[in-house]
Design a protein. Structure first.
Length: 320
């Protein structure tokens, strides 16, 4: 009976030896740190004590290594949480975990989005500002002045191939309204021009289009499509003749259907939720200056955009 038990023990030991020799070519043998890692990965099958004896490693030394790993983990975690907090407050709380993950990746941190979400929401209690839902739209009968060419295909193969434009209202602290007209390039979601005024007019739309063209050196307007809604400023004789003169192809959304110009709506949503709704602007000058800085600095050059795989529009446009 004892002989059988001894024989079984010897067989188990031989099996451990055999497994160890197979894995040993991948193990770093006597080199302490890699040896600790090898034990941590392989000890389940043969037993921790057996590996320690085989590699002549003191148990206390191995346990100290594990404690150090935990200390390094908690130190690294604390550092990442601090960086997350700094990014969150520097962006005035408007960024969610996806955008903050993009900032962390830029800084060289290797961490998953789910971990960033956990640190922000569960441990740091940091929540992005939720955008207000827009009221429901009443869909009107289609009255196309120009054909809807994109048909909600908001992609472009080249720079200055497809532009979208629209107006949005802005409010001063006293309730007075101002209006912003912007043009976005569907290639990289960069704002190529933005201009403000007291009223929505054909003149303002034309000035903004001219500003966009002037900003793009060497642009061939005859290969450019400009998509808008069916507002009177875009359907006016003056604006249509201006586009025709430049060889610009016009395209228009269906009446009362903002989803046909979703990229432009998305930008205005970002502008209001990450800038306008966070401050009170008492003067027209302060409002216009803030929008200029947000549009041409923060939005185009700093803020990661999901459409560009979390590169900025500038990086996507010029391969930076």
């Amino acid at each position: 009976m004892k002989e059988n038990l001894n024989l079984k023990k010897q067989l188990v030991e031989l099996q451990k030896e055999n497994d160890f020799l197979k894995k040993r070519r991948h193990s770093p043998s006597r080199n302490r740190l890699p040896a600790y890692r090898f034990i941590r990965e392989q000890h389940e099958k043969s037993g921790l004590r057996w590996f320690l004896r085989k590699l002549s490693i003191c148990p206390n030394a191995y346990y100290n290594y594990l404690k150090k790993r935990k200390a390094e983990y908690h130190q690294n975690k604390a550092e990442i949480k601090l960086v997350i907090s700094n990014i969150y407050y520097s962006q005035k709380g408007v960024d969610g975990y996806r955008t903050i993950h993009a900032y962390l990746t830029r800084k060289g941190y290797r961490i998953s989005r789910l971990t960033v979400h956990k640190y922000m929401n569960t441990e740091l209690k940091l929540y992005s500002i939720v955008r207000k839902r827009k009221p429901a739209y009443e869909f009107g009968e289609a009255h196309k002045v120009f054909e809807n060419k994109p048909m909600q295909d908001f992609k472009a193969d080249d720079i200055n191939q497809k532009w979208c434009t629209d107006f949005t209202y802005l409010a001063l602290a006293n309730g007075d309204k101002r209006y912003s007209c912007s043009i976005i390039d569907l290639y990289d979601r960069s704002i190529v021009a933005s201009i403000r005024g007291k009223h929505i007019t054909t003149t303002l739309a034309g000035e903004n289009l001219q500003k966009a063209i002037d900003s793009q050196l060497g642009i061939n307007t005859r290969r450019l499509m400009l998509h808008s809604d069916q507002g009177s400023q875009y359907t006016s004789k003056e604006f249509i003749e201006y586009c025709t003169e430049l060889g610009i192809t016009q395209s228009m959304s269906k009446t009362g259907y903002p989803y046909d110009n979703a990229s432009m709506e998305r930008y205005f949503n970002t502008l209001k939720n990450e800038l306008i709704n966070l401050h009170n602007y008492h003067t027209e000058k302060d409002l216009y200056k803030a929008i200029e800085e947000f549009t041409y600095t923060q939005y185009n050059h700093v803020r990661p955009h999901s459409y560009n795989n979390y590169r900025t529009p500038f990086e996507a446009r010029y391969g930076a």
